[in-house]
Design a protein around this ligand. Structure first.
Ligand code: AMP
Length: 192
């Protein structure tokens, strides 16, 4: 299996790039942000609970997202070439849980592709996206800054977790969409 983590701060282009990579490599895209927004749209208890954190730009509790991932891995086990995780794992506890869930299924993370984008560029991109995304957490500058702060404090250690295993590759995320796709594909092609 080819199991990739598309890693990077909010607004670094993970969702945009994942959309291309899933068709190129026939992988299943798992975005915890998308899954949480679906739960919210359905009005489920989980969605309502998650919304309280999301609208403030805070991370949703680990057990909530780990439970969702566990279900998705079961749903697609044996049916796909692999997964692209987008927006997950966001804490070291999530990374350890993911490693264990994949090990139970006889597989593992192949590579973590980390998009590097400056904070000024992130803020610019998210405010631009907020004009059309319909996401409350994309329009308020304070909320965006809190999301970036959550990333800096809780999520950057995840890169270190995978660097120790020799699985981290840093990618310049500031070029054009096509340039970044080419850089990602060059990394993935040598894995196969
Ligand atoms: P995203 O669409 O990835 O930017 O995520 C939007 C929001 O959903 C985040 O600001 C968090 O509140 C929540 N969220 C998404 N993925 C996770 C995760 N892996 N762990 C905790 N919270 C998450």
């Amino acid at each position: 299996m080819l199991n990739l983590i598309l890693f990077g701060p909010p607004g670094s282009g993970k969702g945009t790039q994942a959309a291309f990579l899933i068709s190129q490599y026939l992988l299943k895209h798992i975005s915890t942000g998308d899954l949480l927004r679906e739960e919210k749209a359905k009005g489920s208890k989980l969605g309502m609970e998650a919304q309280r954190y999301m609208e403030q730009g805070l991370l949703v509790p680990d057990e909530v997202v780990i439970g969702m991932i566990d279900q998705k891995l079961d749903e697609f086990a044996g049916k796909v070439n692999g997964f692209i995780f987008d927006g997950f794992p966001r804490t070291v506890a999530q990374a350890e849980a993911l490693d264990n869930l994949l090990a139970e299924k006889g597989t593992e993370i192949t590579k973590v592709l980390a998009l590097q984008v400056s904070e000024a560029e992130l803020l610019r991109r998210i405010l631009e996206r907020g004009k059309t995304s319909g996401r409350a957490d994309d329009v308020n500058e304070e909320t965006i800054k809190r999301r970036v702060q959550e990333y800096n404090v809780k999520t950057i250690p995840v890169a270190e977790h995978y660097a120790k295993k020799g699985k981290l590759s840093n990618i310049d995320g500031e070029g054009s969409i096509d340039e970044i796709t080419d850089l990602l594909c060059a990394e993935i092609d040598v894995l196969q």
